[in-house]
Design a protein around this ligand. Structure first.
Ligand code: ADP
Length: 522
């Protein structure tokens, strides 16, 4: 025990040392060790323990002196029984009983103990306990000394918790940033790049290491006629003092990639200002809008094609109907019959077109096709289709080529009929010079294959990859002269895939085409 005059001086020295350790941001264990050392020396104790509450709110020993390492788990068990007592404020008797048990565990010669809670903002963070091997009166002084050290320890623990919390938050933000599907670029007040994420690297072909420190305008280079000056735009949204946060800025266009390519993007800039109106940082969020643009383009092509396609039969119907309806004319029955049959044909075409459109939009809305399954005989379906189509053309010859005993399959008869009709319509449309159209089928134990072969214009390999896309039509002289919406093969493919089948084409320019699909037999 120190002699009395030294006491306040020593205590002050210890406190200074501990607070230095705290401000020097030494790790928590080191601060706790110093707190414990000071407490034990100042109270002339033999054993000291600091226990803290962990994330699960359990007390565990985090620093100790005068205790064997093997005894720590036993002490932890005893400490854990203290939780209930600590939550409702410390119950002195219960606490004393537990502390006595702890003292006995450590060393039966320990006969006295003083415990001090570590409290910060009224929250119990832990306990500081010293044990003595002799009985003396616990003085007010003892309590005050321990209290002063416990307060310091509580500050250190609180700091460590805040630091840990901050570190976790930072890791979380970093993960959000890095794994975001959108490209993210963080700029400082001078609009230099501070950081970019992986998606940004991928989208722009820039490497993060090459980009940091560059100016925004050196990295984001707009192509074509996009005129956007970030610095100017930010001036425009600068908030007046006390005003709500500024709106984000959005720009859309093509940017130049590092590798020379271009990319269609939409960039949202979110500026963050200091309270005094100075710019602090800008977070730019890049989204690849290539697909969106493509879809928009397709939509436009679609609307113009569809309106054209709808208008033609309507104009023909209107023309024939108003001619027949003229009051000043008398038509002989042949002319009337011919005109009516044209009207009927055109009405059929309209219905077909509208059916295709409806099916396409249904497939899109339902993300697939719903099937009404029944036994379907593809060979019979093919024969009926040929019977319907043959009278419509005198340039083409039709032949059927089905392997004997062609099996039926489970499928949606109405939809499969639409498939066969579409393939036959195309075979006729895209072989303007006529030729033979063969419809046939083969089968194995597991599947059936159905094909439609023509001797028409054929399709180049690069186009073959795209003809099944929605609204896609090959851009050539023949297509521009033939009617179509580019929906036929898209529907065919969707229907075949809904049947768990596969559709393909074999073709070469001016060598004809064979469209074939395979369906499972069960
Ligand atoms: P559409 O016939 O309405 O244009 P499709 O989706 O049925 O639409 O076909 C897409 C494109 O594929 C057609 O524009 C055409 O260029 C090409 N195509 C389809 N079938 C054939 C075929 N049998 N021979 C040659 N080209 C074809």
């Amino acid at each position: 025990m120190l002699s009395l005059p030294d006491f306040p001086v020593r205590q002050r020295d210890f406190l200074l040392e501990i607070s230095r350790a705290i401000t020097a941001q030494l790790d928590l264990e080191e601060v706790l060790r110093r707190v414990l050392h000071a407490s034990v020396v100042m109270t002339a104790a033999r054993v000291g323990v600091v226990a803290l509450r962990d994330a699960a709110e359990l007390f565990t020993v985090r620093a100790y002196t005068g205790v064997q390492k093997e005894q720590i788990p036993i002490l932890n068990n005893k400490l854990q029984e203290l939780i209930g007592a600590a939550d409702g404020g410390f119950n002195v008797e219960f606490l004393n009983a537990k502390l006595r048990e702890m003292a006995e565990t450590i060393d039966p010669s320990l006969v006295q103990f003083v415990a001090m809670p570590l409290i910060f903002a009224e929250k119990p963070l832990g306990l500081l306990i010293v044990f003595r091997s002799y009985q003396v009166r616990v003085t007010v002084n003892d309590v005050q000394i321990l209290q002063s050290f416990a307060d310091q320890a509580a500050i250190a623990v609180r700091n460590a918790q805040l630091y840990e919390g901050m570190k976790q938050e930072q890791q979380r933000l970093e993960a959000i940033l890095q794994y975001s599907g959108d490209g993210v670029m963080i700029l400082d007040a001078t609009l230099s790049v501070l950081q970019v994420n992986r998606a940004f690297e991928f989208m722009t072909a820039w490497r993060a290491a090459d980009i940091e420190g560059l100016l925004h305008d050196e990295v984001i280079v707009w192509q074509n006629d996009t005129r956007f000056d970030l610095a100017n735009a930010l001036e425009g949204v600068k908030p007046a003092r006390g005003e709500a946060p500024p709106p984000t800025l959005y720009v859309e266009g093509d940017i130049q990639r590092r590798d020379g390519g271009t990319l269609s993007v939409g960039i949202t800039y979110a500026p963050i200002f200091h309270r005094d109106g100075r710019l602090m940082t800008v977070i730019a969020n890049l989204r690849d809008i290539t697909n969106f643009r493509k879809a928009q383009e397709m939509q436009n092509v679609f609307i113009s094609t569809v309106s054209h396609e709808l208008r033609t039969p309507v104009a023909i119907i209107k023309g024939y109907a108003s001619t027949l309806n003229r009051e000043d004319a008398q038509w002989n029955p042949d002319v009337i019959r011919q005109s009516l049959s044209v009207i009927e044909d055109e009405a059929d075409r309209l219905t077909e077109l509208i059916d295709d459109l409806l099916t396409a939009s249904k497939i899109q809305a339902e993300q697939g096709v719903r099937l009404q399954l029944a036994d379907v005989h593809l060979d019979v379906l093919a024969q009926r289709a040929v019977e319907r189509f043959a009278p419509q053309t005198n340039r083409h010859r039709f032949t059927l080529s089905f392997q004997e005993n062609f099996p039926s399959i489970q499928g949606d008869a109405k939809l499969l009929r639409q498939v066969v009709d579409n393939l036959l319509t195309n075979a006729i449309k895209y072989s303007p010079n006529g030729g033979t159209i063969t419809v046939g089928g083969r089968y194995t134990d597991h599947s059936v294959t159905f094909f439609v072969r023509d001797e028409g214009t054929g399709i180049s390999e690069s186009e073959q990859a795209r003809i099944f896309d929605r609204f896609y039509r090959v851009d050539n002289n023949l297509t521009s002269k033939t009617k179509g919406t580019g929906l036929g093969l898209y529907l065919v493919k969707a229907i075949i895939e809904a049947h768990h089948g596969e559709i393909n084409v074999k073709s070469q320019p001016s060598q004809g085409s064979t469209f074939y699909f395979t369906l499972p037999r069960d």
